[in-house]
Design a protein around this ligand. Structure first.
Ligand code: SF4
Length: 323
């Protein structure tokens, strides 16, 4: 690891000023410190925001406000989250290990970097690490990579389980901007698609600081998070689904579905959700929904299995939730 300066921010203004001057924000550090040890990231200065009092969960407008440094463990265990947003609690518990969840924060989870192995190997070409260098993954060995939202420059997956559940819940990211005012950004507007600059992953501007996440009032219906992975724990999703389904008179009144393991950001498809709305559940309907979801898939060799996996996971989840 290269030497770096460490600063503990006294307030959010100090954190923003340091960030604008080029410092990297440190919260739980569960991803950043790995990246620094591997010299994938080599910040000259880090600014620690872990003691700014952003570690509270409070009620807001019928929903909840989650501070940026609330740990994944505390969030998953919160009774309001378990009762009203079980999809989020389950997604959090499906991610990482107990030790990591005790340190990892809400804001850090949103900003965690891809687990594309080439990104972590500084001996290979990676446009996300070094813009313009090329992408060793395309044409290389692919497994934990994306089939939706990709570009010819990058096929890296967004790795978070938490963000997938938050996408289904229409969570808003609270950001404190350069002048100190706070704004809310929908997750779809928060994450950029890779395009020709995969190194720029969010719409955050220099000096912006994530201060929290707002969950709207709980949705009616059953909630579920299902994750398929290579081993039973401590593994990233090959495919995952966050589902909120409400039935009425034997028909699907609402189906809110977000996916992990397939997109360069947590993935939702409004066209697929509209297709399901008002319909009676059936195997044919679920297969059609999967076809709609996959209509823009760009499947590089090695990732064909994801088409089958996502179709089966979607069908199994909807079958369970519409019984
Ligand atoms: Fe880098 Fe993206 Fe290519 Fe992986 S897929 S090597 S992260 S550019």
């Amino acid at each position: 690891m290269r030497p770096f300066d460490y600063q503990r921010a006294e307030d959010t203004a100090a954190a923003r000023t340091a960030s604008r001057a080029g410092a990297t924000i440190l919260a739980g550090g569960t991803n950043l410190l790995d990246l620094m040890k591997l010299e994938v990231m080599a910040p000259e200065r880090v600014v620690d925001i872990s003691r700014l009092g952003l570690n509270r969960i409070t009620e807001k407008d019928g929903g909840l406000h989650i501070g940026a440094t609330v740990t994944n463990s505390d969030l998953a265990a919160d009774m309001r989250i378990r009762r009203d947003y079980p999809v989020l609690s389950r997604a959090l518990l499906a991610g990482a290990s107990g030790q990591l969840r005790n340190k990892a924060t809400t804001g850090g989870n949103l900003l965690q970097r891809t687990r594309c192995p080439y990104f972590y190997d500084t001996g290979t070409a990676c446009n996300k690490r070094t813009p313009g260098e090329g992408c060793a993954a395309i044409g290389g060995e692919l497994r934990n990579h994306a089939i939706l939202g990709t570009s010819e420059h990058c096929v890296a997956l967004h790795p978070s389980d938490m963000a997938v559940a938050m996408r289904a819940l229409d969570a808003m990211v609270e950001v404190e901007g350069e002048d100190g005012t706070r704004r809310e950004v929908a997750l779809d507007d928060f994450y950029r698609l890779p395009g020709d600059r995969p190194d720029i992953e969010t719409t955050l501007a220099p000096g912006d600081l994530i201060t929290g996440v707002t969950l709207p009032a709980p949705l009616e219906g059953r909630q579920q998070y299902r994750k398929v992975r290579d081993r039973a724990s401590y593994a990233f999703a090959l495919v995952s689904i966050a589902a909120i389904v409400r039935m009425e008179d034997g028909r699907i009144a609402d189906a809110t579905l977000a996916f992990g393991g397939i997109g360069t950001r947590p993935w939702r498809d409004p066209e697929m959700e509209t297709l399901l709305k008002g319909e009676r559940p059936s195997a044919a309907l679920f297969a059609k929904a999967a076809d709609v979801l996959m209509r823009h898939a760009a499947v590089h060799p090695g990732l064909e299995f994801k088409l089958t996996l996502v179709t089966r996971l979607l069908s199994a989840t909807l079958e369970e939730m519409t019984e």
